[in-house]
Design a protein around this ligand. Structure first.
Ligand SMILES: [Zn+2]
Length: 463
């Protein structure tokens, strides 16, 4: 019996040792694997990740002699790293980015969605309703969690109106959470309204610029001169929000949640005003503001939307304020292009350029959107403005595009789409609480630590 036990023990130890030995002899350092692949395929590999102490088990078994990409993917996926192809002989190795895929992957997703969900108008309606409901439910849940602290009966406050050539500007602040203010400026046509006359509204969430820069002022003022009420408001952690919460808050889940809430609060405030026409409610921002446009645009109260330099099937928005809460997981897998499609058959404008993730709109996303709008017999409600030689900005051509889009769908005066009559204001003029927050009320919060516990935790989540 004793001998049998000894033999069993010996067998167990030796087999464990053999397994350990097997692992050890077949592993290579990540550095070595990358070096060998670079030599084998005569390809430059630029490493932009931490490789220290990283080992690749069964390293040689992961190599495919016919493909450097397959080989690298087999290795890098172990460490949550990925390749970014610069040219056939040059790749960068970077951390995995949940919000960024390859254009080919975007195309495959679009082909899949088209084949499975958009064969006919009935299927399309069912699918779009599901995407709308699920995306809206996620946004609604996040907003409501924050709004549990919304101050009741807190009326928005307006500052004195400034009058310029054909338009007025008035700053506003709304207490959204106790002691926390959303600030912005309302640009409106200067003329007196006829009795019962209503104006269209365009909410314009910022990208990662601000409402104080010249190009934003030009845009908001020009929309107002054309006949719309246009509103610019601070991103969370930008402008007057930074005076209350600091800039760092922008890199947290709270930023996305609060930006959704802010847009919702503005929408509802404006809809409560009798001079606003509920049948002409627009949403239009660029870059991160474009992401907000597609996300908040699933709210059916927006009647026309226009994402600028943002719509893509393979890029969801790279900032936590755009994709910390992962909306593309809705409806069993979607993307920003399909979120925008939810808007069918209502007017949808898409502004794109040749140097970012909107570069493939004419080949990938435009045919998809055209197909969906055609199924709704509403192709004329789509407008594409593609600038292949331009980059990621909201420059003059792209501003003319959004003047054209909203001018046509909201019946504005296109003759006024001329920026030369706009007066550029100073940052101090555009602020509610003075250039450095000196007019903030006594009870206003001045740091994240003064937020309610739930919001404080969310603010810490990604920092
Ligand atoms: Zn952001």
């Amino acid at each position: 019996m004793k001998r049998l036990l000894f033999l069993l023990l010996l067998l167990t130890v030796s087999s464990a040792y053999a397994q350990y030995d097997y692992e050890a002899t077949h592993r290579k350092s990540l550095d070595q694997v990358i070096r060998e692949l670079s030599e084998r395929f005569q390809t430059r590999l630029k490493v932009e990740v931490d490789t220290v102490g990283k080992w690749v088990p069964q390293a040689d078994s992961r190599i495919r002699p016919y493909s450097i990409e397959e080989s690298l993917n087999n290795v890098l996926t172990l460490f949550n790293y990925k390749i970014v192809k610069q040219n056939p002989r040059y790749y960068k190795i970077k951390p995995y980015e949940p919000h960024r895929r390859l254009p080919e992957e975007g195309k495959r997703l679009i082909d899949y969605l088209t084949a499975v969900h958009y064969q006919n108008d009935t299927a399309a309606s069912t699918r779009l309703q599901r995407v709308q409901e699920e995306a809206f439910a996620i946004i609604d849940r996040e907003i409501n969690e924050l709004r549990a602290w919304t101050v009741s009966n807190a009326e928005p406050k307006l500052t004195k109106k400034r009058t310029y050539n054909g338009y007025t500007v008035q700053n506003f602040c709304i207490e959204t959470l106790p002691g926390l203010y959303l600030c912005g400026s309302i640009y409106a046509p200067q003329r007196k309204l006829k009795k019962g006359e209503q104006l269209p509204l365009i909410l314009s969430p910022d990208g990662h610029t601000s409402r104080y820069i010249e190009e934003t002022q030009l845009r908001l003022a020009t929309w107002a001169r054309m006949g719309a009420v246009a509103i610019g408001y601070d991103l969370v952690g930008y402008g007057e929000s930074a005076l209350q919460l600091g800039e760092q808050v922008h890199h947290s889940v709270l930023a996305q949640q609060m930006q959704w809430m802010n847009t919702r609060i503005l929408l509802e405030w404006m809809l409560s005003r009798e001079e606003i026409d509920p049948t002409r409610i627009g949403l239009c921002g660029a870059s991160g503001g474009g992401t907000q446009t597609m996300q908040m645009g699933v709210d059916p109260r927006f009647t026309a939307i226009c994402p600028v330099i943002s719509l893509s099937s393979y890029f969801d928005g790279g900032c936590p304020c755009e994709s910390a809460i992962y909306l593309p997981a809705a409806a069993n897998g979607t993307c920003n292009a399909e979120l925008a499609a939810v808007h069918a058959p209502r007017p949808l404008g898409v502004v794109s350029d040749g140097k970012d993730w909107t570069a493939h709109v004419p080949e990938i996303e435009e045919p998809f959107l055209r197909h969906i709008y055609r199924l709704h017999q509403a192709e004329e409600q789509l407008a594409f403005y593609h600038y292949p030689n331009e980059g990621h900005d909201f420059g003059p051509n792209k501003r003319q595009a959004v003047y054209d889009f909203f001018g046509r769908v909201f019946h504005l005066d296109l003759h006024q789409a001329d920026e030369q009559f706009v007066t550029i204001e100073s940052v101090a003029q555009l602020r509610c609480f003075g250039a450095n927050g000196e007019l903030l009320p006594e009870e206003a919060i001045r740091s994240i630590e003064q937020l309610p516990m739930y919001a404080r935790e969310r603010a810490k989540s990604l920092r």
